[in-house]
Design a protein around this ligand. Structure first.
Ligand SMILES: NC(=O)c1ccc[n+]([C@@H]2O[C@H](COP(=O)([O-])OP(=O)(O)OC[C@H]3O[C@@H](n4cnc5c(N)ncnc54)[C@H](O)[C@@H]3O)[C@@H](O)[C@H]2O)c1
Length: 313
């Protein structure tokens, strides 16, 4: 595999993928419409990759971007759950029709493998733990629904032949370049921004809710493994988490230590529909991809904090 197309390559996770691919000697093409991504995210590798400013909804542009590509890491999406509830049709067009455009173009161009960013939102509010890939998906939002539907397209295209596909169901990803301005980027960003502003972090609920937080560098490794695995079952789906969960209270404690602060949170009423616990079963990713998350939360948060100190508010 020589040339890799990264859709959403100017985003948080995508930009780390681009850097890692270049580092490993791949030729990289990025397709992004800069809706939530930023060119600055790719500043460290400027000039080392091909840039295509385009929308995944634009079939012709996607077809052109697929020329001479061997593998695709498909990260471009409407990533916000609340936005997807406000604008479900747009979410459908970007996340599902956009993925169909990618698959159609990849098949036509003879691409070997397409790996898509899936999501733990596929599991919805099912209380069963840990989350196994064999569980019936129960998405609770248009965002989750489009990602699950896109996985079915990946499977169908793999079954039709000529193309291998995989979906990596990321759990809660964190790390440098997660948009600090976006209140939708998750609890870690919210906590970090409160600390930066010298404000008291707010915990919705009792703080005993838990999540499986994974450092972006580990997500990158999982993608590279999925791109290079010798064989993938048609439409394979993998959880990408750590297999461990921490409560929000524990998370805040570790973050406070990384930031060298004393932090006492304020509690607000629980948000309706928030899932209480989430944790990935990592057996399949371990067995098939040889993937294991490596960066401990304390270290990942220390790296994130250090980065946040450098960027302007
Ligand atoms: N961050 C997480 O915790 C998490 C968890 C589960 C899944 N994911 C998935 O990972 C992927 C990357 O997410 P992220 O956190 O890096 O978000 P991000 O918003 O930083 O990245 C998304 C990128 O896609 C681009 N994009 C959006 N719509 C597009 C369109 N129509 N055409 C072309 N480009 C478009 C954006 O400009 C941005 O650069 C997404 O598919 C998301 O659903 C993320």
């Amino acid at each position: 595999m020589r040339r890799v197309l990264v859709t959403g390559g100017a985003g948080f996770i995508g930009s780390h993928l681009v850097e890692a691919l270049l580092d490993k000697g791949y030729e990289v093409r990025v397709l992004d419409n800069l809706s939530t991504g930023r060119r600055e995210n790719l500043a460290s590798v400027q000039g080392a990759f091909e840039w295509v400013e385009a929308d995944v909804r634009d079939r012709e542009a996607v077809l052109r971007a697929m020329k001479d590509v061997d593998g695709v890491l498909h990260e471009a999406a409407m990533v916000s759950v609340p936005f997807s509830m406000e604008r479900p049709r747009e979410c459908h067009e970007i996340n599902l029709v956009g993925t169909l455009n990618i698959l159609e173009a990849a098949r036509a161009a003879g691409v070997h493998r397409v790996v898509m960013a899936g999501t733990a939102a596929a599991y919805g509010n099912n209380p069963e733990l840990p989350k196994r890939e064999t569980m019936v998906p129960e998405p609770e939002s248009p965002y989750g629904a489009t990602k699950v539907a896109a996985e079915q397209y990946l499977r169908a295209y793999a079954r039709m032949g000529g193309l291998e596909t995989a979906s990596l169901r990321y759990f809660n990803v964190y790390g440098p370049r997660q948009d600090p301005r976006s209140m939708y980027s998750g609890v870690i960003s919210r906590f970090v921004e409160s600390l930066v502003a010298g404000e008291t972090p707010i915990i919705f609920g009792d703080g005993e809710q838990s999540r499986d937080f994974i450092y972006v560098g580990d997500v990158v490794r999982a993608n590279l493994l999925a791109l290079r695995a010798p064989h993938l079952e048609p439409g394979a789906v993998f959880n990408i988490g750590t297999g461990h969960s921490v409560t929000l209270l524990e998370l805040l404690e570790v973050l406070a230590r990384a930031a060298g602060r004393e932090v006492v949170p304020r509690f607000a009423s629980a948000r309706p529909g928030d899932v209480k616990h989430s944790r990935a079963d990592m057996a399949r990713a371990r067995a098939v991809l040889g993937f294991e998350a490596e960066v401990p939360l304390s270290e990942g948060l220390a790296r994130l904090w250090k980065w946040r100190q450098k960027v302007r508010s």
